[in-house]
Design a protein around this ligand. Structure first.
Ligand SMILES: Nc1nc2c(c(=O)[nH]1)N[C@H]1C(S)=C(S)[C@@H](COP(=O)(O)O)O[C@H]1N2
Ligand SMILES: [Mo]
Length: 316
């Protein structure tokens, strides 16, 4: 492990100046190309693949935020993925050799055809798209991330849950041999998260297989993870191996570990403080001054209706 770490550090430090500058030139050319995106001409796949720079400002879909996107480096080196350690830098450091192929996903429970899918077969039917979403961590920081993937509603629609299915649960891989954090008991492994079915069917709920137009880095939850932009980040489940449809509200990992701190819903809500800190503000990674946190992380127009009549202080 120590030898590998040294090797990693070296490979990242040998990017020489010249290469760096030619890359900068290339990125400048890419942002000119972004103008053609605005004009409706698709950029060739992977043009930004090696870019460490900003996702281009261009044509935006109806669900995208037009806020400035965080850099690829910020998004892939400041992570929470406790299976690889509790420091923000641990996942990018220790998930490099995580094996995400072959990968199977088991679809279980209240569903017409329970089945274990090879990842390729599970993903085949869907048209991939980019979604620029705000991401608000319960710890008080946020980012803007250009995800690549497909709507969760398309997946659920196709899997055909039965009428008994009221919730959908996602589970992360359990493999302590690859995930050192799972040998420690700070959480009850494997990591599990769940959504009410109507939340999962909301057009904003997303299944990501990539970001910045390329495949998902291991530290961000490869090969597939959920993205629920109006909820705190921990409601997104990384490296999913099981999708289970159930009738009753599942016990989720964080809710189980500290039920008074992490509710089942965990909608971003500046009016409901975490017992140990306020949720009124957040620090956007890369910025100095704090911003005000918005109700439902700014997605109230699209999701407030899911919770009409509910006391959101009780169902936090
Ligand atoms: N399996 C698993 N999924 C997880 C976590 C984790 O520790 N393990 N952390 C969660 C938290 S707290 C956040 S903020 C997001 C972070 O996603 P990112 O690293 O892609 O930004 O992943 C969520 N999903
Ligand atoms: Mo988080």
């Amino acid at each position: 492990m120590f030898i590998k770490r040294v090797a990693n550090i070296k490979s990242s430090e040998i990017t020489d100046e010249k290469l760096y500058h030619s890359r900068r030139e290339f990125i400048r050319a890419a942002s000119i190309a972004a103008v053609s995106v605005a004009a409706g001409v698709a950029m060739p796949d992977g043009l930004l693949a090696d870019s460490q720079d900003r996702w281009p400002k261009g044509k935006k879909g109806p669900y995208d935020t037009d806020e400035e996107v965080n850099t690829y480096k910020e998004i892939t080196t400041y992570n929470n993925f406790y299976e690889f350690g509790t420091d923000k830098s641990d996942p990018s450091e220790y998930a490099q050799n995580f094996k995400t192929s072959p990968w199977k996903v088991s679809v279980e429970g209240e569903v017409k055809r329970p089945k274990v899918y090879n990842l390729e077969d599970l993903l085949k039917p869907y048209t991939m798209e980019d979604r620029i979403y705000r991401h608000r961590c319960v710890e008080g920081w946020s980012m803007v991330i250009p995800w690549h993937g497909f709507p969760m509603s398309a997946l659920i629609y196709r899997l055909e849950p039965t009428s008994k299915a009221k919730y959908v649960e996602f589970t992360t891989l359990l493999d302590p041999s690859q995930m050192p954090g799972q040998s420690r008991s700070y959480l009850d492994w494997p990591y599990r998260e769940a959504l009410r079915m109507d939340e999962a069917m909301n057009p904003l709920a997303f299944v990501a297989t990539g970001l910045y137009g390329k495949s998902l880095p291991n530290q961000n939850g490869a090969p597939l993870r959920s993205v629920i932009p109006w909820k705190y980040g921990f409601k997104c489940c990384k490296s999913i191996v099981r999708i289970r449809f159930v009738e009753t509200q599942p016990l989720t990992t964080w809710n189980e570990s500290a039920p008074n701190e992490y509710g089942f819903y965990s909608n971003v809500n500046p009016e409901v403080d975490h017992p140990r800190w306020s949720q009124k503000t957040e620090r956007r990674i890369g910025e100095f001054f704090k911003r005000k946190t918005l109700m439902f992380n700014g997605y109230a127009d699209q999701v407030a209706g899911l919770y009409s009549g509910m006391d959101l202080k009780k169902y936090f």
